[in-house]
Ligand binder design. Structure first.
Ligand code: PMP
Length: 597
Protein backbone atom coordinates (compact mmCIF):
# COMPACT_ATOMS: atom_id res chain seq x y z
CA UNK A 1 0.00 0.00 0.00
CA UNK A 2 1.41 3.38 -0.92
CA UNK A 3 0.65 6.60 0.80
CA UNK A 4 0.97 10.13 -0.42
CA UNK A 5 1.56 13.39 1.38
CA UNK A 6 -1.34 15.79 1.45
CA UNK A 7 0.15 19.15 0.68
CA UNK A 8 -1.17 22.61 1.34
CA UNK A 9 -2.13 22.99 -2.30
CA UNK A 10 -4.04 19.70 -2.11
CA UNK A 11 -5.79 21.09 0.86
CA UNK A 12 -6.66 24.29 -0.84
CA UNK A 13 -8.15 22.34 -3.70
CA UNK A 14 -10.17 20.40 -1.16
CA UNK A 15 -11.34 23.45 0.63
CA UNK A 16 -12.18 25.36 -2.50
CA UNK A 17 -14.32 22.54 -3.76
CA UNK A 18 -18.08 22.84 -3.74
CA UNK A 19 -19.52 20.98 -0.77
CA UNK A 20 -21.38 18.21 -2.54
CA UNK A 21 -19.95 17.46 -5.96
CA UNK A 22 -21.46 14.77 -8.14
CA UNK A 23 -20.42 11.18 -7.78
CA UNK A 24 -18.11 11.11 -10.78
CA UNK A 25 -16.24 14.05 -9.46
CA UNK A 26 -16.14 12.47 -6.04
CA UNK A 27 -14.54 9.41 -7.53
CA UNK A 28 -11.98 11.48 -9.36
CA UNK A 29 -11.03 13.36 -6.24
CA UNK A 30 -10.98 10.21 -4.22
CA UNK A 31 -8.54 8.76 -6.67
CA UNK A 32 -6.37 11.79 -6.30
CA UNK A 33 -6.48 12.20 -2.59
CA UNK A 34 -6.64 8.77 -1.14
CA UNK A 35 -3.98 6.19 -1.37
CA UNK A 36 -3.90 3.31 -3.75
CA UNK A 37 -5.62 0.07 -2.97
CA UNK A 38 -3.37 -2.88 -2.23
CA UNK A 39 -4.31 -4.34 -5.55
CA UNK A 40 -3.46 -1.12 -7.29
CA UNK A 41 -7.04 -0.68 -8.43
CA UNK A 42 -8.78 2.61 -8.19
CA UNK A 43 -10.70 3.13 -5.00
CA UNK A 44 -14.32 3.94 -4.84
CA UNK A 45 -15.27 7.47 -4.13
CA UNK A 46 -15.13 9.05 -0.79
CA UNK A 47 -16.46 12.42 0.07
CA UNK A 48 -13.46 14.64 -0.59
CA UNK A 49 -14.51 17.38 1.73
CA UNK A 50 -12.33 18.02 4.72
CA UNK A 51 -13.55 15.79 7.51
CA UNK A 52 -12.74 15.96 11.17
CA UNK A 53 -12.44 12.25 11.36
CA UNK A 54 -12.89 9.05 9.49
CA UNK A 55 -16.28 8.83 11.09
CA UNK A 56 -17.39 12.04 9.53
CA UNK A 57 -16.06 10.94 6.15
CA UNK A 58 -18.03 7.78 6.56
CA UNK A 59 -21.14 9.63 7.54
CA UNK A 60 -20.69 11.54 4.35
CA UNK A 61 -20.64 8.42 2.22
CA UNK A 62 -23.13 6.49 4.27
CA UNK A 63 -26.58 5.58 3.03
CA UNK A 64 -28.25 8.43 4.85
CA UNK A 65 -26.41 10.90 2.69
CA UNK A 66 -27.70 9.16 -0.40
CA UNK A 67 -24.51 7.42 -1.48
CA UNK A 68 -25.09 3.72 -1.75
CA UNK A 69 -21.81 2.57 -0.33
CA UNK A 70 -21.40 0.92 2.99
CA UNK A 71 -17.95 0.83 4.56
CA UNK A 72 -16.96 -2.61 5.62
CA UNK A 73 -13.70 -2.48 7.45
CA UNK A 74 -11.32 -0.15 9.12
CA UNK A 75 -7.77 -0.05 10.27
CA UNK A 76 -6.04 1.37 13.27
CA UNK A 77 -2.51 2.71 13.49
CA UNK A 78 0.12 0.74 15.27
CA UNK A 79 3.86 1.23 15.73
CA UNK A 80 4.65 -1.23 13.02
CA UNK A 81 2.14 0.16 10.55
CA UNK A 82 -1.52 -0.10 9.84
CA UNK A 83 -3.40 -3.03 11.21
CA UNK A 84 -6.63 -3.82 9.61
CA UNK A 85 -9.56 -4.66 11.76
CA UNK A 86 -11.88 -6.38 9.38
CA UNK A 87 -15.43 -7.36 10.05
CA UNK A 88 -15.20 -11.04 9.18
CA UNK A 89 -18.61 -12.42 9.95
CA UNK A 90 -21.78 -10.55 9.42
CA UNK A 91 -25.32 -11.53 9.92
CA UNK A 92 -26.50 -9.66 6.88
CA UNK A 93 -24.84 -8.98 3.59
CA UNK A 94 -24.06 -5.36 2.97
CA UNK A 95 -26.49 -4.06 0.46
CA UNK A 96 -25.95 -1.51 -2.21
CA UNK A 97 -29.29 -0.04 -1.28
CA UNK A 98 -27.65 1.10 1.89
CA UNK A 99 -29.53 -0.88 4.50
CA UNK A 100 -27.47 -0.73 7.66
CA UNK A 101 -26.06 -4.09 8.57
CA UNK A 102 -24.34 -5.63 11.51
CA UNK A 103 -20.71 -6.24 12.09
CA UNK A 104 -20.60 -9.14 14.42
CA UNK A 105 -17.01 -9.89 15.20
CA UNK A 106 -13.96 -7.83 14.75
CA UNK A 107 -10.68 -9.45 14.00
CA UNK A 108 -8.11 -8.98 16.68
CA UNK A 109 -5.32 -6.85 15.40
CA UNK A 110 -1.95 -8.20 16.32
CA UNK A 111 -0.01 -6.01 18.67
CA UNK A 112 -2.92 -3.89 19.79
CA UNK A 113 -3.64 -3.86 23.48
CA UNK A 114 -7.29 -3.20 23.11
CA UNK A 115 -9.56 -3.70 20.18
CA UNK A 116 -13.29 -3.50 19.94
CA UNK A 117 -14.91 -6.64 21.18
CA UNK A 118 -17.55 -8.60 19.41
CA UNK A 119 -20.80 -6.73 19.39
CA UNK A 120 -23.39 -5.99 16.82
CA UNK A 121 -23.01 -2.52 15.38
CA UNK A 122 -24.84 -0.65 12.74
CA UNK A 123 -22.43 0.59 10.15
CA UNK A 124 -18.88 1.66 10.42
CA UNK A 125 -19.47 4.77 12.46
CA UNK A 126 -20.76 2.61 15.27
CA UNK A 127 -17.72 0.43 14.89
CA UNK A 128 -15.47 3.43 15.06
CA UNK A 129 -17.38 4.69 18.06
CA UNK A 130 -16.47 1.43 19.73
CA UNK A 131 -12.90 1.67 18.63
CA UNK A 132 -12.66 5.19 19.95
CA UNK A 133 -13.81 4.17 23.34
CA UNK A 134 -10.98 1.67 23.41
CA UNK A 135 -8.55 4.43 22.62
CA UNK A 136 -7.62 3.36 19.11
CA UNK A 137 -7.76 5.65 16.17
CA UNK A 138 -9.19 4.36 12.92
CA UNK A 139 -7.00 5.36 10.08
CA UNK A 140 -8.41 3.77 7.03
CA UNK A 141 -11.58 2.18 5.91
CA UNK A 142 -12.81 -0.11 3.21
CA UNK A 143 -15.81 -0.49 1.03
CA UNK A 144 -17.41 -3.65 -0.24
CA UNK A 145 -17.12 -4.21 -3.94
CA UNK A 146 -18.69 -7.22 -5.62
CA UNK A 147 -18.51 -9.11 -2.39
CA UNK A 148 -14.84 -8.28 -1.86
CA UNK A 149 -13.35 -5.90 0.59
CA UNK A 150 -11.43 -3.00 -0.89
CA UNK A 151 -9.42 -0.84 1.38
CA UNK A 152 -9.33 2.87 1.04
CA UNK A 153 -6.49 4.13 3.12
CA UNK A 154 -6.48 7.66 4.37
CA UNK A 155 -3.36 9.70 3.72
CA UNK A 156 -0.92 9.18 6.54
CA UNK A 157 0.46 12.67 6.69
CA UNK A 158 -0.53 16.24 6.09
CA UNK A 159 -4.09 17.13 6.76
CA UNK A 160 -4.96 13.71 8.06
CA UNK A 161 -1.60 13.20 9.70
CA UNK A 162 -1.31 11.10 12.80
CA UNK A 163 0.28 12.63 15.80
CA UNK A 164 2.04 10.38 18.22
CA UNK A 165 -0.47 11.33 20.92
CA UNK A 166 -3.23 9.08 22.00
CA UNK A 167 -6.12 11.02 20.56
CA UNK A 168 -7.53 9.97 17.27
CA UNK A 169 -8.80 12.99 15.48
CA UNK A 170 -7.46 14.07 12.23
CA UNK A 171 -7.95 17.73 12.94
CA UNK A 172 -6.93 17.70 16.53
CA UNK A 173 -5.10 20.99 16.13
CA UNK A 174 -7.96 22.75 14.45
CA UNK A 175 -8.76 26.24 15.68
CA UNK A 176 -11.80 27.00 13.56
CA UNK A 177 -14.37 24.64 12.21
CA UNK A 178 -14.76 22.54 9.12
CA UNK A 179 -12.79 23.63 6.16
CA UNK A 180 -11.52 26.81 7.71
CA UNK A 181 -10.23 24.81 10.59
CA UNK A 182 -8.44 22.48 8.28
CA UNK A 183 -6.62 25.33 6.65
CA UNK A 184 -5.81 27.04 9.91
CA UNK A 185 -4.72 23.84 11.56
CA UNK A 186 -1.70 23.64 9.30
CA UNK A 187 -0.31 26.71 10.94
CA UNK A 188 -1.80 26.19 14.38
CA UNK A 189 0.36 27.39 17.29
CA UNK A 190 -1.17 25.77 20.35
CA UNK A 191 -0.50 22.18 21.38
CA UNK A 192 -3.13 19.54 20.69
CA UNK A 193 -5.58 18.87 23.49
CA UNK A 194 -5.07 15.28 24.59
CA UNK A 195 -8.63 14.26 25.30
CA UNK A 196 -7.71 10.61 25.86
CA UNK A 197 -5.29 11.59 28.60
CA UNK A 198 -7.98 13.71 30.24
CA UNK A 199 -10.47 10.87 30.04
CA UNK A 200 -8.15 8.58 31.96
CA UNK A 201 -8.52 10.96 34.91
CA UNK A 202 -12.27 10.24 35.16
CA UNK A 203 -12.88 6.64 36.27
CA UNK A 204 -16.63 6.81 35.71
CA UNK A 205 -16.08 7.26 31.98
CA UNK A 206 -15.17 3.55 31.85
CA UNK A 207 -18.68 2.60 32.92
CA UNK A 208 -20.86 0.56 30.61
CA UNK A 209 -24.52 1.43 30.28
CA UNK A 210 -26.77 -1.12 28.64
CA UNK A 211 -23.65 -2.91 27.44
CA UNK A 212 -22.27 0.17 25.73
CA UNK A 213 -19.57 2.60 26.82
CA UNK A 214 -21.06 5.45 28.81
CA UNK A 215 -21.27 8.67 26.83
CA UNK A 216 -21.79 11.40 29.40
CA UNK A 217 -23.48 14.33 27.68
CA UNK A 218 -25.34 15.64 30.71
CA UNK A 219 -22.62 17.99 31.88
CA UNK A 220 -24.89 21.00 32.27
CA UNK A 221 -26.77 19.06 34.94
CA UNK A 222 -23.60 17.89 36.65
CA UNK A 223 -20.06 16.99 35.72
CA UNK A 224 -18.11 13.83 36.49
CA UNK A 225 -15.30 13.84 39.02
CA UNK A 226 -11.62 13.22 38.35
CA UNK A 227 -9.73 10.70 40.47
CA UNK A 228 -7.80 13.54 42.07
CA UNK A 229 -11.01 14.94 43.59
CA UNK A 230 -12.19 11.51 44.71
CA UNK A 231 -8.78 10.93 46.31
CA UNK A 232 -8.80 14.32 47.99
CA UNK A 233 -12.12 13.57 49.69
CA UNK A 234 -10.83 10.23 50.81
CA UNK A 235 -7.61 11.78 52.11
CA UNK A 236 -9.58 14.36 54.05
CA UNK A 237 -11.69 11.77 55.82
CA UNK A 238 -8.69 9.50 56.41
CA UNK A 239 -6.25 12.08 57.73
CA UNK A 240 -7.77 15.49 58.39
CA UNK A 241 -11.41 15.21 59.41
CA UNK A 242 -12.46 17.52 62.23
CA UNK A 243 -14.77 20.45 62.72
CA UNK A 244 -12.99 23.67 61.85
CA UNK A 245 -11.99 26.88 63.60
CA UNK A 246 -12.96 25.78 67.09
CA UNK A 247 -10.40 23.47 68.65
CA UNK A 248 -6.78 23.41 69.66
CA UNK A 249 -6.06 19.90 68.44
CA UNK A 250 -4.05 18.76 65.45
CA UNK A 251 -6.90 17.55 63.27
CA UNK A 252 -8.84 20.80 63.76
CA UNK A 253 -5.77 22.62 62.52
CA UNK A 254 -5.46 20.30 59.52
CA UNK A 255 -9.09 20.58 58.49
CA UNK A 256 -9.15 24.34 59.05
CA UNK A 257 -6.03 24.70 56.91
CA UNK A 258 -7.51 22.52 54.19
CA UNK A 259 -10.81 24.43 54.22
CA UNK A 260 -9.21 27.87 54.21
CA UNK A 261 -6.73 26.78 51.56
CA UNK A 262 -9.70 25.80 49.36
CA UNK A 263 -11.10 29.29 49.87
CA UNK A 264 -7.80 30.73 48.63
CA UNK A 265 -7.89 28.47 45.58
CA UNK A 266 -11.41 29.64 44.75
CA UNK A 267 -10.38 33.28 45.14
CA UNK A 268 -7.47 32.78 42.75
CA UNK A 269 -9.62 30.84 40.28
CA UNK A 270 -12.15 33.65 39.87
CA UNK A 271 -9.54 36.38 40.46
CA UNK A 272 -11.14 37.75 43.61
CA UNK A 273 -8.97 40.22 45.43
CA UNK A 274 -9.06 38.27 48.67
CA UNK A 275 -10.30 34.96 50.09
CA UNK A 276 -12.51 37.02 52.43
CA UNK A 277 -14.71 37.74 49.42
CA UNK A 278 -15.49 34.02 49.05
CA UNK A 279 -18.37 32.49 51.01
CA UNK A 280 -18.91 28.73 51.03
CA UNK A 281 -22.54 27.79 50.46
CA UNK A 282 -24.40 24.71 49.27
CA UNK A 283 -24.55 25.75 45.62
CA UNK A 284 -25.71 28.45 43.23
CA UNK A 285 -29.29 28.17 44.46
CA UNK A 286 -28.33 28.79 48.05
CA UNK A 287 -26.02 31.65 47.07
CA UNK A 288 -28.81 33.43 45.19
CA UNK A 289 -31.27 32.88 48.02
CA UNK A 290 -28.71 34.23 50.48
CA UNK A 291 -28.40 37.47 48.52
CA UNK A 292 -32.19 37.75 48.07
CA UNK A 293 -32.83 37.22 51.78
CA UNK A 294 -29.96 39.20 53.20
CA UNK A 295 -29.26 42.09 50.82
CA UNK A 296 -32.67 41.96 49.13
CA UNK A 297 -34.79 42.24 52.28
CA UNK A 298 -32.66 45.10 53.55
CA UNK A 299 -32.48 47.05 50.30
CA UNK A 300 -35.53 46.39 48.12
CA UNK A 301 -38.80 48.19 48.84
CA UNK A 302 -42.22 48.90 47.31
CA UNK A 303 -42.06 50.02 43.68
CA UNK A 304 -38.39 49.05 43.28
CA UNK A 305 -37.47 47.00 40.25
CA UNK A 306 -35.39 43.87 39.81
CA UNK A 307 -34.30 42.85 36.33
CA UNK A 308 -33.64 39.28 35.26
CA UNK A 309 -33.23 37.90 31.75
CA UNK A 310 -35.51 35.54 29.86
CA UNK A 311 -32.70 32.98 29.91
CA UNK A 312 -32.66 32.42 33.65
CA UNK A 313 -32.68 29.13 35.49
CA UNK A 314 -35.56 28.93 37.99
CA UNK A 315 -32.93 29.42 40.72
CA UNK A 316 -32.41 32.95 39.46
CA UNK A 317 -36.12 33.73 39.06
CA UNK A 318 -38.00 32.31 42.03
CA UNK A 319 -35.99 33.94 44.87
CA UNK A 320 -36.49 37.36 43.22
CA UNK A 321 -40.17 36.69 42.64
CA UNK A 322 -40.54 35.80 46.31
CA UNK A 323 -38.70 38.95 47.33
CA UNK A 324 -40.83 41.11 45.01
CA UNK A 325 -44.02 39.58 46.43
CA UNK A 326 -42.88 40.25 49.99
CA UNK A 327 -41.72 43.79 49.33
CA UNK A 328 -44.13 44.99 46.66
CA UNK A 329 -41.30 45.30 44.15
CA UNK A 330 -41.55 44.58 40.43
CA UNK A 331 -39.75 41.91 38.41
CA UNK A 332 -38.73 42.98 34.90
CA UNK A 333 -37.47 40.62 32.23
CA UNK A 334 -34.96 41.27 29.43
CA UNK A 335 -36.21 39.61 26.24
CA UNK A 336 -34.03 37.56 23.90
CA UNK A 337 -33.88 37.36 20.11
CA UNK A 338 -34.62 34.33 17.92
CA UNK A 339 -31.13 32.94 18.48
CA UNK A 340 -31.52 33.10 22.25
CA UNK A 341 -29.29 36.11 22.82
CA UNK A 342 -30.19 38.95 25.16
CA UNK A 343 -31.54 42.06 23.44
CA UNK A 344 -29.33 44.81 24.81
CA UNK A 345 -31.49 47.54 23.29
CA UNK A 346 -34.51 46.23 25.24
CA UNK A 347 -32.40 45.91 28.37
CA UNK A 348 -31.38 49.56 28.13
CA UNK A 349 -35.07 50.53 28.06
CA UNK A 350 -35.75 48.60 31.29
CA UNK A 351 -33.06 50.35 33.31
CA UNK A 352 -34.06 53.35 35.39
CA UNK A 353 -33.51 54.84 38.84
CA UNK A 354 -35.94 52.35 40.40
CA UNK A 355 -33.74 49.44 39.26
CA UNK A 356 -32.15 48.04 42.39
CA UNK A 357 -30.71 44.84 41.01
CA UNK A 358 -29.88 43.09 37.75
CA UNK A 359 -29.53 39.32 38.20
CA UNK A 360 -28.61 37.30 35.13
CA UNK A 361 -26.75 34.29 33.91
CA UNK A 362 -23.38 34.35 32.19
CA UNK A 363 -24.26 31.19 30.25
CA UNK A 364 -27.76 29.82 29.69
CA UNK A 365 -28.20 26.26 30.92
CA UNK A 366 -31.00 25.56 28.44
CA UNK A 367 -29.51 27.12 25.29
CA UNK A 368 -25.81 27.62 25.96
CA UNK A 369 -25.93 31.34 25.12
CA UNK A 370 -23.00 33.34 26.50
CA UNK A 371 -24.50 36.68 27.50
CA UNK A 372 -22.66 40.02 27.08
CA UNK A 373 -22.01 40.14 30.81
CA UNK A 374 -19.52 42.96 30.89
CA UNK A 375 -21.83 45.32 29.06
CA UNK A 376 -24.90 44.35 31.08
CA UNK A 377 -23.02 44.94 34.32
CA UNK A 378 -21.66 48.30 33.23
CA UNK A 379 -25.09 49.54 32.16
CA UNK A 380 -26.63 48.42 35.48
CA UNK A 381 -23.99 50.25 37.47
CA UNK A 382 -24.68 53.44 35.54
CA UNK A 383 -28.15 53.58 37.12
CA UNK A 384 -26.78 52.60 40.52
CA UNK A 385 -28.12 49.03 40.49
CA UNK A 386 -26.25 46.09 41.95
CA UNK A 387 -25.49 43.04 39.80
CA UNK A 388 -25.59 39.35 40.59
CA UNK A 389 -23.98 37.16 37.95
CA UNK A 390 -25.00 33.50 37.86
CA UNK A 391 -21.91 31.53 36.90
CA UNK A 392 -23.32 28.03 37.35
CA UNK A 393 -22.89 27.28 33.66
CA UNK A 394 -19.98 29.52 32.80
CA UNK A 395 -17.47 28.55 35.47
CA UNK A 396 -16.32 25.30 33.83
CA UNK A 397 -16.25 26.61 30.26
CA UNK A 398 -14.89 30.15 30.12
CA UNK A 399 -12.45 32.25 32.06
CA UNK A 400 -14.11 34.14 34.89
CA UNK A 401 -12.49 37.24 36.34
CA UNK A 402 -14.78 38.85 38.89
CA UNK A 403 -12.66 41.99 39.12
CA UNK A 404 -12.68 42.55 35.36
CA UNK A 405 -16.41 41.78 35.20
CA UNK A 406 -17.00 44.13 38.12
CA UNK A 407 -20.09 42.20 39.26
CA UNK A 408 -21.22 42.72 42.85
CA UNK A 409 -21.88 39.03 43.39
CA UNK A 410 -20.88 35.95 41.44
CA UNK A 411 -22.28 32.49 42.24
CA UNK A 412 -21.40 28.98 41.14
CA UNK A 413 -21.82 25.34 42.18
CA UNK A 414 -18.90 22.99 42.74
CA UNK A 415 -20.56 20.05 41.05
CA UNK A 416 -20.71 21.85 37.70
CA UNK A 417 -16.92 22.13 37.63
CA UNK A 418 -15.79 18.58 38.42
CA UNK A 419 -16.12 19.14 42.17
CA UNK A 420 -18.48 17.57 44.72
CA UNK A 421 -22.18 18.25 45.09
CA UNK A 422 -23.39 20.21 48.11
CA UNK A 423 -20.73 22.90 47.88
CA UNK A 424 -20.83 26.20 46.04
CA UNK A 425 -19.59 29.73 46.13
CA UNK A 426 -20.94 33.18 46.73
CA UNK A 427 -18.39 35.79 45.78
CA UNK A 428 -19.17 39.35 46.87
CA UNK A 429 -17.32 42.63 46.65
CA UNK A 430 -15.96 43.33 50.16
CA UNK A 431 -17.94 46.52 50.68
CA UNK A 432 -21.12 44.79 49.52
CA UNK A 433 -20.64 41.77 51.81
CA UNK A 434 -19.74 44.00 54.73
CA UNK A 435 -22.99 45.93 54.35
CA UNK A 436 -25.14 42.79 54.21
CA UNK A 437 -26.87 41.53 57.36
CA UNK A 438 -26.41 37.86 58.25
CA UNK A 439 -28.85 35.42 56.71
CA UNK A 440 -28.83 32.49 59.09
CA UNK A 441 -27.78 32.67 62.71
CA UNK A 442 -25.81 30.11 64.71
CA UNK A 443 -22.31 28.95 65.50
CA UNK A 444 -19.26 30.03 63.51
CA UNK A 445 -20.80 33.31 62.36
CA UNK A 446 -20.59 35.10 65.71
CA UNK A 447 -17.88 36.96 67.57
CA UNK A 448 -19.76 37.29 70.86
CA UNK A 449 -23.19 36.28 72.16
CA UNK A 450 -25.12 37.44 75.20
CA UNK A 451 -28.87 37.20 75.74
CA UNK A 452 -29.05 40.89 75.05
CA UNK A 453 -26.94 41.12 71.94
CA UNK A 454 -24.87 39.21 69.36
CA UNK A 455 -21.79 40.60 67.65
CA UNK A 456 -21.28 39.03 64.25
CA UNK A 457 -18.09 37.97 62.52
CA UNK A 458 -17.05 39.90 59.44
CA UNK A 459 -17.53 38.23 56.04
CA UNK A 460 -17.14 35.50 55.02
CA UNK A 461 -17.72 33.79 58.39
CA UNK A 462 -20.82 35.95 59.01
CA UNK A 463 -22.55 34.02 56.20
CA UNK A 464 -21.36 30.56 57.20
CA UNK A 465 -23.55 29.71 60.18
CA UNK A 466 -23.17 26.20 61.56
CA UNK A 467 -20.90 23.43 60.38
CA UNK A 468 -20.33 23.78 56.68
CA UNK A 469 -19.54 21.19 54.08
CA UNK A 470 -15.86 21.06 54.96
CA UNK A 471 -14.74 18.00 53.02
CA UNK A 472 -16.52 19.04 49.85
CA UNK A 473 -15.07 22.53 50.03
CA UNK A 474 -11.67 20.86 50.11
CA UNK A 475 -12.74 18.65 47.19
CA UNK A 476 -13.81 21.73 45.24
CA UNK A 477 -10.35 23.20 45.80
CA UNK A 478 -8.83 20.06 44.27
CA UNK A 479 -11.21 20.27 41.30
CA UNK A 480 -10.32 23.89 40.59
CA UNK A 481 -6.60 23.12 40.79
CA UNK A 482 -7.14 20.28 38.34
CA UNK A 483 -8.96 22.57 35.90
CA UNK A 484 -6.27 25.19 36.31
CA UNK A 485 -3.60 22.64 35.45
CA UNK A 486 -5.31 21.77 32.19
CA UNK A 487 -5.95 25.44 31.53
CA UNK A 488 -9.36 27.01 31.13
CA UNK A 489 -8.30 28.53 27.81
CA UNK A 490 -7.32 25.09 26.46
CA UNK A 491 -10.62 23.73 27.70
CA UNK A 492 -12.60 26.58 26.15
CA UNK A 493 -10.85 26.16 22.80
CA UNK A 494 -11.37 22.41 22.66
CA UNK A 495 -15.00 22.61 23.77
CA UNK A 496 -15.66 25.34 21.25
CA UNK A 497 -14.40 23.11 18.45
CA UNK A 498 -16.45 20.21 19.71
CA UNK A 499 -19.56 22.36 19.94
CA UNK A 500 -19.07 23.64 16.39
CA UNK A 501 -18.59 20.08 15.16
CA UNK A 502 -21.66 18.79 16.98
CA UNK A 503 -23.76 21.74 15.84
CA UNK A 504 -22.84 21.10 12.24
CA UNK A 505 -23.57 17.39 12.38
CA UNK A 506 -26.83 17.73 14.28
CA UNK A 507 -28.09 20.49 12.02
CA UNK A 508 -27.65 18.17 9.02
CA UNK A 509 -30.32 15.84 10.43
CA UNK A 510 -33.61 16.50 8.64
CA UNK A 511 -36.41 17.44 11.04
CA UNK A 512 -34.03 18.35 13.84
CA UNK A 513 -34.47 21.87 15.23
CA UNK A 514 -31.68 23.33 17.31
CA UNK A 515 -32.94 25.68 20.00
CA UNK A 516 -30.38 28.32 20.89
CA UNK A 517 -28.23 29.40 18.00
CA UNK A 518 -26.56 32.51 19.38
CA UNK A 519 -23.16 33.36 17.94
CA UNK A 520 -21.64 33.29 21.40
CA UNK A 521 -22.37 29.89 22.82
CA UNK A 522 -20.80 27.21 24.90
CA UNK A 523 -21.34 23.55 25.54
CA UNK A 524 -25.12 23.13 25.15
CA UNK A 525 -27.02 21.66 22.18
CA UNK A 526 -30.75 21.82 22.84
CA UNK A 527 -32.91 20.28 20.17
CA UNK A 528 -36.27 18.81 19.26
CA UNK A 529 -36.92 16.22 16.59
CA UNK A 530 -40.02 16.29 14.49
CA UNK A 531 -42.56 13.61 15.40
CA UNK A 532 -40.74 12.35 18.50
CA UNK A 533 -41.16 13.27 22.13
CA UNK A 534 -38.09 14.50 23.97
CA UNK A 535 -38.65 11.92 26.69
CA UNK A 536 -38.66 9.09 24.13
CA UNK A 537 -35.46 10.37 22.56
CA UNK A 538 -33.77 10.55 25.96
CA UNK A 539 -34.83 6.99 26.75
CA UNK A 540 -33.71 5.70 23.37
CA UNK A 541 -30.32 7.41 23.67
CA UNK A 542 -29.88 5.82 27.09
CA UNK A 543 -30.32 2.40 25.50
CA UNK A 544 -27.16 3.12 23.53
CA UNK A 545 -25.25 4.38 26.57
CA UNK A 546 -25.76 8.08 25.90
CA UNK A 547 -26.80 10.26 28.85
CA UNK A 548 -28.54 13.51 27.95
CA UNK A 549 -31.15 15.59 29.74
CA UNK A 550 -34.62 15.80 28.26
CA UNK A 551 -37.15 18.09 29.87
CA UNK A 552 -37.50 21.75 30.75
CA UNK A 553 -34.05 22.08 32.35
CA UNK A 554 -35.48 24.21 35.19
CA UNK A 555 -35.77 27.05 32.68
CA UNK A 556 -39.39 26.93 31.56
CA UNK A 557 -39.73 30.59 30.53
CA UNK A 558 -36.96 30.41 27.92
CA UNK A 559 -38.25 27.16 26.40
CA UNK A 560 -41.75 28.63 26.23
CA UNK A 561 -40.26 31.66 24.50
CA UNK A 562 -39.50 29.19 21.69
CA UNK A 563 -42.93 27.56 21.90
CA UNK A 564 -41.67 24.45 23.68
CA UNK A 565 -42.18 22.67 26.96
CA UNK A 566 -39.05 20.55 26.69
CA UNK A 567 -35.97 19.81 24.61
CA UNK A 568 -33.32 17.13 24.40
CA UNK A 569 -30.14 18.67 25.75
CA UNK A 570 -26.75 17.10 25.16
CA UNK A 571 -24.19 19.23 26.98
CA UNK A 572 -20.43 18.99 26.60
CA UNK A 573 -17.38 18.90 28.81
CA UNK A 574 -13.70 18.71 27.91
CA UNK A 575 -13.65 14.93 28.33
CA UNK A 576 -16.15 14.46 25.52
CA UNK A 577 -14.80 13.38 22.15
CA UNK A 578 -15.57 13.81 18.50
CA UNK A 579 -16.30 10.09 18.38
CA UNK A 580 -18.95 10.50 21.08
CA UNK A 581 -20.55 13.23 19.01
CA UNK A 582 -20.46 10.93 15.98
CA UNK A 583 -22.11 8.23 18.04
CA UNK A 584 -24.77 10.63 19.31
CA UNK A 585 -25.55 11.70 15.76
CA UNK A 586 -25.62 8.11 14.52
CA UNK A 587 -28.00 7.09 17.30
CA UNK A 588 -30.27 10.12 16.79
CA UNK A 589 -30.51 9.17 13.12
CA UNK A 590 -31.33 5.59 14.09
CA UNK A 591 -34.01 6.79 16.49
CA UNK A 592 -35.43 8.92 13.74
CA UNK A 593 -35.71 5.95 11.38
CA UNK A 594 -37.38 3.92 14.14
CA UNK A 595 -34.40 1.57 14.51
CA UNK A 596 -34.25 2.27 18.24
CA UNK A 597 -37.23 3.17 20.36
N1 PMP B 1 -28.20 28.62 37.55
C1 PMP B 1 -27.95 27.92 36.45
C2 PMP B 1 -27.72 28.66 35.16
C3 PMP B 1 -27.91 26.54 36.48
O1 PMP B 1 -27.68 25.85 35.38
C4 PMP B 1 -28.14 25.88 37.71
C5 PMP B 1 -28.13 24.37 37.80
N2 PMP B 1 -28.66 23.70 36.73
C6 PMP B 1 -28.38 26.65 38.84
C7 PMP B 1 -28.39 28.02 38.72
C8 PMP B 1 -28.63 26.02 40.17
O2 PMP B 1 -27.50 25.31 40.57
P1 PMP B 1 -27.56 24.31 41.81
O3 PMP B 1 -28.69 23.37 41.54
O4 PMP B 1 -26.23 23.64 41.81
O5 PMP B 1 -27.78 25.14 43.02
Amino acid sequence: MTTRMTTRSDLERFTNAPPLPDIEQLSRWANEFFTELPSGESPHFVQPAVSHSVTEAITDISPSSGHAKVPLSFSVPHESGLHELAAPSRTEEPTASGTPYYFQHYANAEGLDAVPQASATHGLSGLIGDASSYGVRPESFGLPDNGELKTLAMPKTGLFGISSGSSFYFLEEAVGTGRDAAVQSLGSAHPPFDVQAVRRDFPILNEKVNGRPLVWLDNAATTQKPQIVIDRLSQFYRHENSNIHRAAHELAARSTDAYENARQIVARFINANSADEVVFVRGSTEAINLVAQSWGRANVGPGDEIIVSWLEHHANIVPWQQLCAEKGAVLRVIPVDETGQILLSEYRKLLNDKTKLVAFTQVSNALGTITPAQEIIELAHRVGAKVLLDGAQSISHIKVDVQALDCDWFVFSGHKIYGPTGIGILYGKPEVLEAMPPWQGGGNMIEDVTFEKTVYQPAPARFEAGTGNIADAVGLGAALEYVQKIGIDNIARYEHELLAYATELLSRIPGLRLIGTAREKTSVLSFVLKGLSTADIGTALNKEGIAVRSGHHCAQPILRRFGLESTVRPSLAFYNTYAEIDWLVTVVRKIQCGKIS
